[in-house]
Design a protein around this ligand. Structure first.
Ligand code: CA
Length: 167
């Protein structure tokens, strides 16, 4: 699975092409910003959060630190996968971050009609990520900051767009 595949190949694999940037009208400044390609592939919920023995999982990824460029903390969010403990999102989005940003926060949630249930959280070190060095791993999420209760996992792929490169 590679982010260097063509649009057609990615479409065939079921990827969703990146939507328009949320920060519309704001352009990335190559001196200060990086364009990060975030793929949220699949996941696992360890314990059901709904009475039917399942969950409706979705993932959101945001900045773990204030990078003082754009106001919103959350960078992207997958659609909801209904009634499953083994969701596959095949989600991809390009997001703009400050070059100084070293950490992302990932949260796994269960969608509910009235109040969504928090499943777990993890932090992702992106300080070494470039266009060639990626984060490509199954990230365990925990309900508590002390990491005593592992509640699931999410397989992600994160790297940066090479500015000026043929992508
Ligand atoms: Ca639910």
């Amino acid at each position: 699975m590679s982010v260097y595949q063509s649009k057609a190949v990615r479409k065939a694999l079921g990827y969703q092409e990146p939507k328009e940037k949320k920060e519309s009208g704001r352009k990335a400044d190559p001196k200060k910003h990086d364009i990060m390609i975030v793929q949220i592939i699949s996941g696992k919920v360890n314990e059901a959060t709904d009475p039917n023995g399942l969950s409706d999982p979705y993932v959101r990824i945001g900045k773990a630190e204030n990078d003082s460029i754009f106001a919103s903390r959350w960078l992207c969010e997958t659609p909801v996968q209904e009634k499953t403990l083994s969701p596959t999102w095949n989600f991809e989005e390009e997001v703009i971050v400050n070059k100084k940003l070293t950490k992302l926060v990932l949260e796994l949630w269960d969608k509910d009609t009235f109040r969504n249930d928090f499943i777990g959280r993890a932090y992702i070190d992106i300080s070494k990520v470039t266009d060639l060095i990626r984060v490509q791993e199954t990230i365990k999420v925990y309900k508590d900051e002390e990491k005593t209760k592992e509640t699931g996992s999410v397989y992600v792929n994160i790297n940066k767009l090479r500015l000026g490169g043929a992508f």
